[in-house]
Design a binder for this molecule. Structure first.
Ligand SMILES: NC(=O)c1ccc[n+]([C@@H]2O[C@H](COP(=O)([O-])OP(=O)(O)OC[C@H]3O[C@@H](n4cnc5c(N)ncnc54)[C@H](O)[C@@H]3O)[C@@H](O)[C@H]2O)c1
Length: 271
């Protein structure tokens, strides 16, 4: 008999920030694994294009414009899930932004901006998912929440102070909500995913930032430095490396995992 523990067949997933990078890879990977995927992004055009492509390949995907920092948008997206499939089993809280720079040069408004997206989104998404997925909720069949943190939420990286602070908060919010939901018997698991440096638009911003803070003289030197000195496996991660880890956390294969942190970083944090 085939082992289908990793299958997402019959599950409804919402993936935020799915217009690009890791979120887009998760949308593709989850759809290929059998899930009905609602792909949301603040950039409506980009996520519409992705959904068109995946629907054209025969997958069940719907796009929706969604600013994860806005409470009203979350309410609208949950209504859309009810209209579309009358269910919700998986939330990938992926949307986020990066602001780098030296700590003494970061402004308070930058801190407020990054908190307002990277932390508010996880708080709101978890709150809406908890209300809807718990046994007495609108959908009531439990679920799995995957929060995108980062290795910068685990260790220090030059130029990453305010970004890393938000990702540390994501890690902590994950553990508190996981334990609370287990204590109240919600049947909702919550885990954080900690990518290393991944080849996306955001990933490449890190090289630019290394140059701006004076750690490298060019973006290519920054890339070489990171690959040769900081990443034992000697390469950036691919979006698929993260999407497959997210699929594991979304699937029944991880059914005894909650409040965990899964690191996918080519060994970055193991040294
Ligand atoms: N790329 C990396 O190296 C890396 C490493 C660790 C963690 N991460 C985390 O993974 C997640 C995805 O990163 P990525 O590299 O794919 O980034 P990306 O910049 O390539 O894509 C992010 C997506 O989020 C969307 N977005 C931004 N603000 C939004 C908002 N307010 N509401 C809805 N959507 C919004 C963007 O439009 C974009 O489509 C982020 O949370 C990021 O912090 C990335």
């Amino acid at each position: 008999m085939m082992n289908d523990h990793f299958s997402l067949q019959g599950k409804v997933a919402l993936i935020t920030g799915a217009g690009n990078g890791i979120g887009a890879a998760c949308a593709r990977c989850f759809a290929q694994s059998g899930a009905a995927v609602m792909a949301s992004d603040i950039n409506g055009e980009r996520v519409e294009a992705l959904a068109r492509e995946l629907v054209g390949e025969g997958f069940e995907v719907k796009a929706i414009q969604h600013d994860v920092a806005k409470e009203d948008d979350w309410a609208r997206v949950v209504d859309a899930l009810a209209d579309w499939h009358d269910g919700w089993d998986i939330l990938v809280n992926n949307a986020g932004i990066y602001i780098g720079g030296k700590l003494e040069e970061n402004s308070l408004s930058q801190l407020h901006r990054i908190n307002g997206i990277n932390i508010d989104s996880i708080f709101l998404g978890t709150q809406f998912a908890a209300s809807a997925m718990q046994p007495d909720g609108r959908f009531g069949r439990g679920g799995s929440i995957i929060n995108l943190s980062s290795i910068a939420g685990l260790i220090g990286v030059p130029g990453h102070s305010i970004y890393g602070a938000t990702k540390g908060a994501v890690r902590s919010l994950t553990k508190h909500s996981a334990v609370e939901f287990a204590a109240f018997g919600y049947g909702i698991r919550v885990n954080s995913l900690h990518p290393g440096l991944i080849a996306t638009e955001m990933g490449y911003l890190v090289f630019k930032d290394f140059v701006e803070v004076g750690l490298a003289s060019s973006e290519s030197e920054a890339q070489k430095m990171l690959e040769n000195q900081m990443i034992p496996m000697g390469r950036l991660g691919d979006v698929q490396d993260i999407a497959l880890a997210a699929q594991f956390l979304a699937s029944d294969a991880s059914s005894y995992m909650t409040g965990s942190e899964l690191t996918v970083d080519g060994g970055f944090t193991a040294t």
